[in-house]
Design a protein around this ligand. Structure first.
Ligand SMILES: Cc1cc2nc3c(=O)[nH]c(=O)nc-3n(C[C@H](O)[C@H](O)[C@H](O)COP(=O)(O)O)c2cc1C
Length: 165
């Protein structure tokens, strides 16, 4: 049994469902899993065998809370032997765009023991968006719909669980 810390950030809730699915699969594989939705109040990564960090992607970047969690904890995180990263984002035509690796994932990969980073398709519901977000969706070609692939999300978590046996 591994002790697993999941810290992630979601703005409109779709990354929350992804993180909870990952947590449920890891718990089913009998790992001890602590999940924190708010990086501001998440604990320091001490006493964990595995850390999973994730965020929704906005304008090519992880949300600010996750960027700060990484910066604040990067020394402690670099002592964790197994780190996995996930980003949620592309919606609609965005799948074709080059910025599918959001900032600061490449930087984190250089600094921590990252086993894998995956980009999961996300969900966009126009009625949840502010006016400025609606304008921004035009720029990043984000289309409404739920593009989340639950099989891919579950498989990613199951592969992590298998690698920890
Ligand atoms: C204003 C805005 C900007 C976005 N920018 C990006 C982007 O740069 N890259 C991307 O892959 N997805 C982008 N998306 C899509 C979101 O990442 C996607 O809707 C995601 O599932 C939202 O997660 P959340 O519901 O957890 O906040 C954007 C969405 C909005 C509303």
């Amino acid at each position: 049994m591994s002790r697993i810390l999941i810290v992630y950030q979601s703005r409109h809730g779709s990354t929350k469902d992804i993180a909870n699915t990952i947590a449920a699969r890891l718990k089913k594989a009998e790992h001890s899993v602590n999940v924190f939705e708010k990086p501001f109040t998440a604990p320091v990564p001490i006493g964990y065998d595995v850390v999973i960090l994730g965020s929704a992607t906005y304008l090519g970047r992880w949300l600010a809370g996750m960027r700060r969690y990484y910066l604040r904890n990067r020394e402690l995180l670099s002592a964790v032997n197994k780190v996995w990263l996930f980003s949620s984002g592309p919606v609609g035509e965005q799948d074709n765009l080059a910025y599918n690796t959001p900032t600061p994932v490449d930087e984190i990969k250089k600094q921590l023991h990252v086993q894998d980073h995956v980009v999961f398709s996300g969900k966009l519901d126009r009625k949840n968006l502010s006016l400025s977000e609606l304008v921004a969706t035009k720029i990043v070609k984000a289309s409404p719909g739920d593009f989340r692939n639950w099989d891919a999300i579950s498989k990613w978590a199951d592969d992590i669980a298998d690698s920890l046996q």
